[in-house]
Design a protein around this ligand. Structure first.
Ligand code: G1P
Length: 277
C-alpha cells in the first residue's frame, strides 16, 4: 500500500516566498513541512511514500538525499546530534513521480496510478500536519469496520471558510464517524451542504484512480479529486472521520501557517520543560 503526497503545486497563496523555494520546504518549528508528512506516511501501514513532484522543485528531492560531506563535517566538529538529524532525513524511504503541469489535485494523484496499481492508497496533502501520526491509523480502523470502504478526514470550519475547502454532506453513524452522501469542491456559503471540510487525509479504493482517468476540469479549471470522490459515491460507500483540532493543523495560508508554527512551538517547549515521569 502506498502513501501519496502531492507536491507539484505552485504555492500561489505564499508568493513571493514560494517563487524560488517550494511551499513544502517552508519551516515549521524545526523541519520543512513536507518532512512531517513523509514521517507520518512512513508511520502508517503504507510500505512506501511517493511524492508527486514538479520537475522544477528540486529542493524537495535534495532534502531527502544523503549528504555525506555535511555529515562528515558535523561529526568532525563533535556535532553528532546534528549529524544524526541529517542522516535521519536521508534514511526516509521516499520515491518520486512527476506532474509536469499543475492541472489540479485529481490530475496529480492520477500521475501515481502505476505506483498504486489495484491496491487502496493513502493521500496526504502537505498543507495539513499531523505531528502525532494518529489520523491515518484511525482512518484505517474505520475502513476495516466498513468492509474496506474509502475514508476521508473532515473537520468543522467556520462558515466564512467553506469556500476554501471540499465540503461533505452526510450523516453521523457513530462517535466521530459520518457516512458521506456527497461532496462539493469549494462551494459558496449558500451552496455548502455543511461546514465539514475535507481535511487533507484520504484512504481511497483503487476505483478512484479509474474515475480520475476520465475526470474533466471543473472548479478553478482544475481536475478535482473531490469530483472523482463524489462520482465514487454512485458505486461505493464512503465514510468521514471527524478529526480532533488537537490532532491536525492547517498550514495552507500565511495566517494558518503562522498559527500552526506558534502552537507546535509552544507544544515542543512544554515537552522540553516537563519533568521526567
Ligand atoms: C484541497 C482539496 C480540498 C480540501 C483541501 C484541504 O484544496 O481540493 O477538497 O478541502 O485541499 O486542505 P486546496 O487546498 O489544494 O485548494
Amino acid at each position: 500500500m502506498k502513501a501519496l503526497i502531492p507536491a507539484a503545486g505552485l504555492g500561489t497563496r505564499f508568493l513571493p516566498a514560494t517563487k524560488a523555494q517550494p511551499k513544502e520546504m517552508m519551516l515549521v518549528v524545526d523541519r520543512p513541512a513536507i518532512q512531517y508528512v513523509v514521517e507520518e506516511g512512513l508511520a502508517s501501514t503504507a510500505d512506501e511514500v511517493v511524492i508527486i513532484n514538479s520537475p522544477y522543485k528540486t529542493a524537495i528531492e535534495d532534502h531527502f538525499k544523503p549528504h555525506p560531506n555535511l555529515v562528515k563535517t558535523l561529526r568532525a566538529r563533535g556535532k553528532d546530534d546534528l549529524a544524526a538529524k541529517v542522516e535521519h532525513v536521508s534514511s526516509l524511504n521516499v520515491s518520486y513521480v512527476y506532474q509536469c503541469d499543475a492541472l489540479g489535485l485529481g490530475h496529480a494523484i492520477y500521475c501515481a496510478h502505476e505506483k498504486t496499481g489495484d491496491e487502496p492508497f493513502f493521500v496526504l496533502l502537505g498543507d495539513v500536519l499531523v505531528p502525532d501520526n494518529n489520523i491515518l491509523p484511525a482512518m484505517q480502523a474505520v475502513s476495516n469496520e466498513h468492509g474496506g470502504a474509502s475514508v476521508i478526514a473532515a473537520m468543522p470550519v467556520p462558515e466564512d471558510q467553506v469556500s476554501r475547502f471540499g465540503i461533505i454532506a452526510g450523516e453521523p453513524v457513530s462517535e466521530g464517524v459520518w457516512k458521506v452522501d456527497s461532496l462539493v469542491e469549494k462551494p459558496s456559503v449558500d451552496e455548502a451542504p455543511s461546514n465539514l471540510a475535507v481535511f487533507g487525509r484520504y484512504l481511497l479504493t483503487p476505483r478512484v484512480m479509474e474515475l480520475l482517468a476520465e475526470a474533466k476540469p471543473t472548479v478553478e479549471g482544475e481536475i478535482q479529486l473531490t469530483d472523482a470522490l463524489d462520482a465514487l459515491l454512485q458505486e461505493e460507500e464512503m465514510y468521514a472521520l471527524i478529526v480532533d483540532p488537537e490532532d491536525g493543523f492547517d498550514t495552507g495560508t500565511v495566517d494558518t501557517w503562522i498559527e500552526t508554527n506558534n502552537i507546535l512551538y509552544q507544544r515542543r517547549k512544554a515537552q522540553k520543560t516537563c519533568c521526567p515521569q
